[in-house]
Design a protein around this ligand. Structure first.
Ligand code: ATR
Length: 271
């Protein structure tokens, strides 16, 4: 029940109406027995939104496109990892001080580390946008050997330079044997779900293949990876785990990850 004690949380972004975060976080708050609620805010003016968070005492906020980097100058503090990545996806209101975190990176690393020890593994990272950047920093911290491929070469060059990784055109990857392949692009997402970011012949038995796309859950890439005998990690893993880490930052409690995945699966089925 919402009453005068209810604490408010939310997500700021634009567009934001597609976000699964309200379903995920409200279900978790309920299960955790917390008097809290979570709403979606479609923000046009970021500075005004941040003033609103302060002014109304909103306890915690998720940050999505296009504000993950833009939000940084408005905060009072930022954890080291988010500062390095230059992206914040989580804000905690600590008695009036707004502190920024990045749980995208931790969520993706946890999903991968369930399957594979990343140290010294050869990883092909597809993409050079915000998600690839967060994942790339995590891989660097864990000592993976990463090759970046991106449609726009200039962005691949820039990310590779920031991380000390190499970049390569897809055409030259034929001979390389990877331990892990990560799709951090939006290729394969509905309505373009007949596409894969990678030719099937690059997928080999025993590889770990992760996709951050979660609509559909079984992307063409993951379907082909299964056919080739790879281990697969779907987009729900990163989504659920980054959300679980947000809940932990806000409430100090560790939510049940399988339950969060179940909530998200149900929400996706309804779409
Ligand atoms: P996010 O924050 O989710 O990573 P983004 O910063 O817009 O979003 O990055 C999207 C990524 O998907 C980029 O790597 C983009 O490639 P470009 O840098 O060349 O734009 C990639 N991407 C999106 N649509 C693509 C497509 N049809 N083919 C290949 N890559 C695509």
């Amino acid at each position: 029940m919402i009453d005068a004690q209810t604490e408010l949380y939310g997500v700021i972004g634009n567009p934001v109406r597609h976000s699964l975060s309200p379903i995920m976080h409200n279900a978790a708050f309920n299960r955790m027995g917390l008097n809290a609620t979570y709403l979606a805010f479609e923000v046009k003016n970021l500075e005004e939104a941040i003033n609103g968070i302060r002014g109304l005492g909103i306890q915690g906020v998720s940050v999505i496109l296009p504000f993950k980097t833009q939000v940084i100058p408005f905060l009072d503090g930022i954890e080291a990892l988010a500062e390095k990545i230059k992206a914040v996806n989580t804000i905690q209101n600590k008695r009036g001080r707004l502190i920024g975190y990045n749980t995208d990176c931790r969520g993706a690393m946890e999903a991968l580390e369930e399957e594979v020890d990343l140290k010294r593994k050869k990883v092909l990272l597809l993409g050079a946008g915000g998600a690839a950047r967060a994942i790339g920093f995590g891989l660097k911290e864990r000592g993976s050997e990463v090759i970046i491929f991106n449609r726009s070469l200039d962005k691949a060059v820039e990310l590779a330079k920031d991380l000390g990784f190499v970049y390569q055109p897809l055409s030259s990857l034929r001979e390389t044997k990877f331990d892990v392949i990560i799709n951090a692009t939006s290729v394969g997402m509905v309505p373009h779900d007949a596409e894969s970011p990678l030719p099937k012949k690059l997928l080999r038995e025993g590889m770990v293949v992760m996709d951050i796309v979660y609509q559909p859950l079984k992307t063409k890439l993951l379907q082909e990876a299964e056919e080739q005998g790879c281990w697969t990690i779907d987009g729900l893993e990163m989504l659920a785990r980054q959300g679980a880490k947000q809940l932990e930052i806000w409430t100090g409690e560790k939510p049940e990850i399988n339950q969060i995945k179940e909530d998200l699966r149900k929400a996706l089925h309804k779409r």
